[in-house]
Design a protein around this ligand. Structure first.
Ligand code: SF4
Ligand code: SF4
Length: 176
């Protein structure tokens, strides 16, 4: 359920809309007519704290903190249905990806995501494949006649994480 946000005009970040729309592929943000089609067809609409058309409106209004700290930008499954249906060709799913990048830069990433980065950095897997859990997985795979899991090249994975900037996310998480 979206809560009413009360703001003074001086609290609005009037440049926020341009900060987004100036990025390659995001100019369509400015064309939104608030018809709500994106929200009516969104596959996760009942699980988000702010529906797609409200995220777009908030970007246009300058509600920067509300948008970048919303859970809505992370709950999206990037199915692209909103983009396909928008009558004004607003590429909402692409804009969401940009908003995620901006949130990462500002350190407002849900802990579930930063924890996952740390797990991949430490283990090379999304789910730790060590200790008792590893023994369990190996035993069950053996039973089913499946081949053993080949551990990934951890150095290569860490290199990618560092090079893409995700390393900072992992570092911030460890600092906390
Ligand atoms: S469908 Fe497009 S024009 Fe309509 S509210 Fe969503 S983004 Fe705006
Ligand atoms: S891309 Fe995201 S916001 Fe758009 S319809 Fe799919 S889940 Fe909803």
């Amino acid at each position: 359920m979206t809560e009413m946000v009360k703001k003074n005009a001086s609290d609005l970040d009037t440049k926020f809309r341009y900060e987004i729309s100036e990025k390659v592929g995001a100019k369509s943000l400015l064309k939104c007519i608030q018809c709500g089609v994106c929200s009516s067809g969104c596959t996760v609409t009942e699980y988000v704290d702010m529906q797609p058309h409200r995220v777009v409106a908030s970007c246009l209004l300058g509600l920067r903190d509300e948008v970048l700290s919303s859970q809505a930008i992370w709950t999206c499954s990037l199915c692209h249905r909103c983009t396909e249906r928008c009558p004004k060709n607003v590429d909402y799913s692409f804009i969401l990806a940009l908003l995620r990048n901006m949130a990462v830069k500002e350190g407002t990433v849900p802990k579930e995501y930063s924890s996952t980065v740390v797990t991949i950095y430490n283990n090379g897997f999304v789910v730790p494949y060590t200790g008792g859990l590893k023994d369990n997985i190996d035993r069950r795979r053996n039973k089913m006649g499946l081949p053993q899991i080949v551990p990934p090249d951890l150095e290569e994975i860490r290199f990618i994480i560092e090079e893409t900037g995700l390393g900072e996310l992992a570092k911030n998480k460890e600092d906390k």
